[in-house]
Write a protein that binds this ligand. Structure first.
Ligand code: IDP
Ligand code: MG
Length: 139
């Protein structure tokens, strides 16, 4: 079943000029990029996006990092897109990510791990709606 997920090329990757290589990998894997924009999140905007993690010890650092520079947010479409994109990203901690995954290849640390991906249909719906209007996603 065709599915959509919210992907982010995080500020560490944009700053290190890795966006082009990551987008190439997205297309090579067969995703359609249904929507895309570059934006520099404010701290409150990052806090809203990661609200589910607000009790975690790393919340302040994570939202500081995510608001530290421009990011690229995208809606990716493919059969089984949520799982497919998380597989291409690799584990949260690059030290534990499989060979050939984006995080294993490019990430500097468990926090500065180059990409984000939704983890379930409900979170994908929330996260896509956080950045894109319904009208932008009607074919
Ligand atoms: P995910 O991005 O693989 O879904 P989550 O557990 O949802 O991982 O965490 C969200 C983000 O928070 C991670 O991508 C990473 O940037 C950061 N993060 C997760 N765990 C830690 C940690 O233990 N220390 C610092 N940052 C973390
Ligand atoms: Mg997550």
């Amino acid at each position: 079943m065709t599915e959509r997920t919210l992907a982010i090329i995080k500020p560490d990757a944009v700053q290190r000029h890795l966006a082009g290589r990551i987008l190439q990998r997205v297309e090579d894997a067969g995703f359609q990029i249904r929507a895309m924009r570059r934006l520099h999140l404010s701290k409150p905007q990052a806090e809203g996006f990661y609200a589910v993690h607000r009790e975690r010890p790393f919340f302040g650092s994570l939202t500081g990092f995510m608001s530290s520079g421009p990011a690229i947010v995208m809606v990716l479409e493919a059969p089984d897109a949520i799982k497919k994109w998380r597989t291409l990203m690799g584990a949260t901690d690059p030290a534990k990510a499989d060979a050939g995954t984006l995080r294993q290849e490019f990430a500097e640390s468990i926090e500065r791990n180059v990409t984000h991906g939704s983890d379930a249909p409900e979170t994908a719906a929330f996260e896509i709606g956080y950045f894109f209007a319904w009208i932008d996603l009607i074919q």
